[in-house]
Design a protein around this ligand. Sequence first.
Ligand code: SF4
Ligand code: SF4
Length: 439
Amino acid sequence: MKHLSFEGGIHPGDFKDIAKNHEIKEVLPGDIVLIPLSQHIGAPAIPLVEKGDEVLVGQLIAEAGGFVSANVHSSVSGKVKGIKSSFSTTGFQVQCIEIENNHLYEHVSFDSRLLENVEKEEILERIKNAGVVGMGGAGFPSHVKLAPKNPEAIDCLIVNAAECEPYITADYRCMLEASDEFLLGIEVVLKLFDKAVAYIGIEDNKMDCIALLQDKCKDKDNIKVIPLVTKYPQGGERQLIHAITGRKLNSSMLPNDVGCIVNNVESFIAIKKAVIDGIPAYQRILTLSGDCLQSPGNYLISVGMTHQELIDQTGGFVLTPSKIISGGPMMGFSIFHLDTPFTKTSSSIVCLHEDVVSMCESSVCINCGRCVSVCPSKLVPSRLAKAAENGDQQGFMDYHGLECIECGSCSYVCPAKKHLKQSISNAKKQIIAKNRGKK
Ligand code: SF4
Ligand code: SF4
């Protein structure tokens, strides 16, 4: 079968061997968890508990504070110490519910269902109640994404299993170790869209996953496993939709405008847990990788435990990291405080030694055109960055800067080491904020 792809993109070293053969292990939190009220886009959740309250694992402790917000549940049993602020992985301060862990892990009773016994409305209700959000990093509440204005027009459920960022292997391990849960999550979502077929897009550097899932799906007419060329950013939403369906969308469109819903591997597992098992989203699997760690691997962690705790419990550092990234090295965020708590959207931590971190000074553009040839959005990054640096917002818009998906491919290939993505991303933020202010 032909392996599908998109135009442009890059082939960075994938470094997946560091973690890919490590089976998922559970790591439990320490004495305190800090559970953020903002683990999703949209308004922070509103606390339902106060200092001194006793809570159980899976108990609702904060409810959605707006339309694109999500419920928050406790990941431990214990006593609420209060609300305090903490750094988030994006460097902002967020409010968190602080809970003293009694290490008993007593939980609320989970109310299970059989797939054949749940109707569409109840599926959406259970996903909403469980606080499921897009677990690939975006944090869009799943009950909103799965209730588009045109459900009858959705014919493609695209499963983003590309995992194209270097180092990250959590989706790979989930597909190998929890393939039945993953496929059941897909079947739950298919029940919402009468004419949809699911397409699981997997890069061809995971042939064992492709073979396993193709075998498990051989008798399923409505789930297809699609091998994709290994190329970054193959898992970009627009690139994935185009590679699999040939349909195109721009920055003003949503996938459902072209009949698609896109979700990542762990989101389907969280949906299965929510709808079939009645278990809310208070744990997730993430990859701990890089060249500085004693025990890189894939870990089941609880929301609210800190980066420091995971690193300590897995043996700590063997080399001093020069950079610690939350998410992948291409699109993630450098973090400066290891006391930062994990959220539902924490997909990985990559700890890199100074030997592998580029510290080069940027120099002037030599007009080589490499940034243009790799841009998956067919933009001219050098020109956009120049407009951004000159504060020329009109020029930035004229060169279609808002179509940038911030993949970083241009910065990666630039021989002058120009911070193209960073300049473009800053300009986009300013223009989007300005446009919001006008409304
Ligand atoms: S301009 Fe944007 S979309 Fe194009 S390569 Fe650079 S970061 Fe990626
Ligand atoms: S890759 Fe760098 S040096 Fe080459 S054209 Fe683009 S900005 Fe200029």
